[in-house]
Design a protein around this ligand. Structure first.
Ligand SMILES: [Zn+2]
Length: 74
C-alpha cells in the first residue's frame, strides 16, 4: 500500500482510496510526499499527523463486509 503524506494539512492518505474530498490536490506538490514506509507513518502520527477519514474509513467497511461474508458463508 502506498501512502500520500500531506505536510500542509498534516494528514496521511492511502493512494488507492484517495478522492477529491481528501483535499490534498490543493496542496502544492512539494508539500506532498509518497511513501510505502509504515514505520515512517507511525513516526508522523507521533508528531500529530492524522489518517484521513475519507480514505481510511472505507477499508474498515470493506473489511467488515469481508469478515461478515466469511461468518455467514458456510
Ligand atoms: Zn484521504
Amino acid at each position: 500500500m502506498k501512502y500520500i503524506v500531506d505536510h500542509t494539512k498534516k494528514n496521511v492518505h492511502r493512494t488507492a482510496f484517495a478522492k477529491d474530498e481528501c483535499g490534498f490536490r490543493e496542496t502544492p506538490m512539494d508539500e506532498r510526499e509518497g511513501t510505502y514506509d509504515e514505520s515512517y507513518l507511525k513516526n508522523l502520527e507521533k508528531q500529530g499527523y492524522v489518517k484521513c477519514e475519507h480514505c481510511f474509513k472505507p477499508s474498515f467497511q470493506y473489511l467488515n463486509s469481508v469478515l461478515l461474508g466469511k461468518l455467514f458463508k458456510k
